[in-house]
Every structure is written in C-alpha cells, then in structure tokens.
Design a binder for this molecule. Structure first.
Ligand code: NAD
Length: 291
C-alpha cells in the first residue's frame, strides 16, 4: 500500500464510464446514486439496455423497501446517460474504463477517449490485473491516468484500489480518491504491479481451488465448505459472479506477471468452461446454471 497522502484536486461534476457490463453498469449506478451524473458508453446497444435495466432493478428494490422515494429513483436513472458515441465527453472530469480485461483493447480504448476529453480530465482503468504503467504507454498524458479498481457487486463492496502508475500525478490520485469517497467507498492507494493488492491475495486462493479440482473434488462441496467456514460464497460460485471469461483473462496476466510463483494450468476447469462459452451468471451458465 502506498500511504502517501494525495492532494485533493478539482471537483467531479460529470463522470463517464466505458463499458456497460457487470462493472461498468455497477459503477454508473453507484456514481449516479451518490450524486455524480455519468455517461455510460458501450459498443453494443444490448449491453446498454442490460446496464440500465440492472440499475433500474436495484433502484426498484430500494423503493420497495422504502429506502428511496420514487422521485429520487427517477432522478438517479435520468443521471445515467447510455450512449454508443463520445458526444459530450469534452465536459467530463473523470472517465473510468471498464471494458474487457485485455491489454490491447484497453490501450486502444484509452487512447481513443484521450482524444475526446479536454486536457486535465482524469482517465482511470478498472482493470483487475493489468499494469497501469503498461496501459499508460498508449497515452499522451500518462500523468492524468491511474487505476481505479472497484469490486463486484459495486454497490455493495466498500473497497476501491486507486493504483498509482509510474507517471501518475498526485493530482490524479487525489481526484480518484475524492471520487471514490463521493461514491461512498473506501479508497486505498496502492503501487502498480500485476494484480495490485486484492487480486494478489485472491489468485492463490483460486489456485488452491484448482488444485482441489484436479484432485477430484466436487466444486459444490467445496463451495458449501467455504460458506460454512464463513465466506459469503465459495470459489466456484464466486467465479460465476465475476465472469469466467474475465477470470481466465486475469489469470493469464497473473501467470505472466509472476511466472515462478503462479503455477497456472491452462487446462483447468474454468479454462475448459471458457472455451465452451460458459461465462457464469452473465450468460446463464458457468459452474452452475442460472435462470
Ligand atoms: P463484462 O464482460 O461484463 O463487460 C464488458 C463490457 O465492455 C461489455 O458490455 C462490452 O460490450 C464492453 N466493451 C467492449 N469493448 C468496448 C469498447 N471498445 N468501448 C466500450 N465498451 C466496450 O466485463 P466486466 O466484468 O464488467 O469487466 C470489465 C473490467 O472490470 C475488466 O477489466 C475486469 O477485469 C474488471 N473487473 C471485473 C470484476 C468482476 O468481478 N467482473 C471485478 C473488478 C474488476
């Protein structure tokens, strides 16, 4: 953890998120719920519809439980603007990229958005594992770029890792810390390396689960045991929630980052599921089946 106190910087009145998937949709919901309007850009109409309907479901639950007035629900929904293009990006203070976990795709999306925003706009990546310094190589203004790593589900998980790349400025870190706090989260500032802090703890756990599976363990039994142990969910269910595609891409980055420490079997259960388009909850089937 990098304990340096960052300078507070400019106010965040308008945000944007790239990607309307599990994380992009969650970030949009949380930002809007806590008073920062957000533009949510994707490349697929279907993804935008899904992102908006998830936000609407979460808000309806709050209204039903009398934790929110219907007028507030309408106001929150209207402050998430779904779009397929970069119109109005000139007015945003911060952009969080949450597209697929692939270095090349992220670098091209980040370089593209850098040209659409005004100088001084902070860019952040929600990558789970990819080095921020590496992603910054695609940018003209790497000082305005850092990691901002939320956890899933965004509206429930309090922690946000703010990752300082080699060239990230103190002001950029300050802006992202302030934005995370405005979203009701607990930011920690960490240095850059594959997996940052939380995923360096989590991946050995998944590795241990893989080892059990290779020894013939039943994943449902392992899930039950870990719940009895006190964890909210077991490893197989957690992979389904995260997205098996995302997990496999992240595991590749971790194996490349720590070749002597992370033994990654590229033919483990999750890889086989990935090859068979079983991505978990997002497409209805992973370790488990979903309605
Ligand atoms: P997802 O597959 O649910 O969503 C990705 C979205 O990005 C899709 O809607 C896709 O259409 C969109 N997209 C692809 N290319 C795009 C582009 N060029 N411009 C705009 N949108 C584009 O994935 P996710 O689970 O939301 O993960 C997104 C990022 O967040 C990844 O980097 C992942 O590692 C990270 N992350 C995921 C989790 C998790 O538990 N799922 C947790 C923390 C961080």
């Amino acid at each position: 953890v990098n304990g340096k106190t960052a300078k507070a910087s400019k106010e965040i009145n308008q945000a944007a998120v790239l990607g309307a998937g599990i994380m992009g949709g969650g970030i949009a919901f949380q930002s809007a719920s806590k008073g920062t309007p957000i533009i949510m850009k994707d490349i697929a109409d279907k993804a935008l519809d899904l992102g908006m309907s998830e936000a609407s479901k979460l808000l309806t639950k709050r209204v039903d439980r009398k934790k929110m007035k219907p007028a507030k629900m309408a106001q929150v929904l209207s402050s998430i603007r779904p779009t397929l293009n970069y119109g109005d990006f000139a007015n945003v203070n911060v952009v969080v990229e949450a597209v697929v976990e692939n270095q090349k795709v992220k670098q091209s999306v980040l370089a593209e958005v850098e040209d659409k925003v005004t100088e001084g706009t902070v860019l952040a990546s929600n990558t789970s594992t990819i080095s921020i310094t590496k992603l910054a190589e695609a940018l003209k203004r790497p000082q305005d770029f850092a990691g901002m790593h939320f956890f899933n589900p965004v509206h429930m998980m309090p922690l946000v890792e703010v990752i300082r790349g080699e060239k990230t400025s103190d002001e950029t870190v300050g802006t992202l810390v302030a934005y995370a706090q405005k979203m009701g989260k607990t930011p920690i500032v960490v240095n850059d390396c594959p997996g940052f802090l939380v995923n360096r703890v989590l991946f050995p756990y998944f590795g241990g689960f893989g080892m059990l599976m290779r020894d013939g363990a039943d994943f449902q039994a392992v899930d039950k045991v870990m719940q009895k142990f006190g964890w909210p969910m077991g490893p197989a269910y957690l992979m389904d929630v995260v997205g098996i595609d995302t997990g496999v891409h992240a595991a590749e980055v971790m194996a490349e980052g720590y070749p002597e420490r992370m033994q990654y079997d590229f033919k483990d259960a999750s890889t086989v599921m990935f090859e068979n388009d079983r991505y978990g909850q997002k497409n209805g089937v992973g370790f488990y089946k979903y309605e």
